[in-house]
Design a protein around this ligand. Sequence first.
Ligand SMILES: Cc1cc2nc3c(=O)[nH]c(=O)nc-3n(C[C@H](O)[C@H](O)[C@H](O)COP(=O)(O)OP(=O)(O)OC[C@H]3O[C@@H](n4cnc5c(N)ncnc54)[C@H](O)[C@@H]3O)c2cc1C
Length: 397
Amino acid sequence: MPKDIKDIDVLIIGASASGLMCAIEAGKRGRRVIVLDHANKAGKKILMSGGGRCNFTNIDVDASNYISHNEHYCKSALSRYTQWDFISKVIEYEIPYHERDLGKLFCDDSAKDILNMLLTECKKAKVNIRLNSDIKDVEKTDDDSFLVNTTRETYASSSLIIACGGLSIPKMCASPLGYKIAEQFNHHIWPTTAGLVPFTLQPHDKAKLEVLAGISVECDVSNMRNQFKENILFTHRGLSGPAILQISSYWKTGESIHINLLPDSDIATLLILRQRQQPNVKLKTVLTGLLPKRLVAIFFEQSLLDKPLQELSTIRINEIAEELHNWSIKPNGTEGYRTAEVTLGGIDCDELSSKTMESKKVEGLYFIGEVVDITGWLGGYNFQWAWSSGWCAGQVV
Ligand SMILES: Cc1cc2nc3c(=O)[nH]c(=O)nc-3n(C[C@H](O)[C@H](O)[C@H](O)COP(=O)(O)OP(=O)(O)OC[C@H]3O[C@@H](n4cnc5c(N)ncnc54)[C@H](O)[C@@H]3O)c2cc1C
């Protein structure tokens, strides 16, 4: 081996959630591990996640919380390194955390706690992290090791782990490198799109709904593929909030989504009942008791809202109910990778071992985390996939 080539056991590209987890496990096994990253800081996405508090996992993790062309692939890793394993680590490091709705676990203080925990573990396992490392090229040599050239050094390693994430948020150092390396080694890649991303609206809807910016309502949002009951948020640019981000991962260009603005009430039955009990009460009094005033004003004309309930026919009541329970809106598009939390699609799972994440085509080459065609729902599922897949690869590299 020429002197200027650094010879190691495990080379990981990507010093964030999946890469650091893999590095820790491999380092604990006595492997000589180097993690390369072109960013000037490790774990940038961890730091910005969960609004700065990192939704690091979920109490209920199941394969049905993930989107992939291979719905079974994630099961093995998720069952070998579970949410409870990660929670034990968090407890061991005395990181204060709490549970929010739908089993989401967040740090009480800061996402920094999670990153510091991972970096401390890396230090203990003698993992060497090299930041500001731009990867120039990767090749597999005749003696079955990988040569990786960076702008600073050349590394030779028997295992190469690709943990460089998806395309979401280029400002946070996302790049297509993982897909390019996969292509170089003849891996199939499912087309990538932005997931967990706000919708933009058609000009006429945008003009109409802009005034609602800042309003958040618990809704049932659905399309023909899935349904989520969480908040939606009206913004100056369009629609956001957890329920919208969730359905965006199941949305295809040109489709409408359906929003039930009152998922816990049957507004037609309620209006008919109130009509009998309080015939002189105005429609707006009933509706603004259930929904924000500004929202009600957008949906119905003032003349209708001012009508006493006794003046409403059953047909009109049913029309009102339909508008509120089944509001159909066709997004113009999404905000794209600029704001998306994840990237859908990626490296075809069928060409990877579900136990080790190793390529079935190239011995010693591994793909972990978001670069793989596994995308979690909002709620800590994406980090859990990063921890689980990183841990599994870390046992064998
Ligand atoms: C705003 C935001 C909030 C999020 N919040 C949550 C949350 O609360 N809970 C949750 O479960 N998920 C959340 N996610 C998703 C989660 O951050 C990712 O799924 C997870 O970080 C993926 O881990 P990873 O290790 O595969 O990739 P990443 O975390 O994306 O890490 C990839 C690493 O590779 C490096 N890299 C990329 N290209 C190159 C290159 N060419 N050369 C060298 N290095 C490179 C990057 O600098 C980065 O350090 C959020 C995402 C975003 C964008």
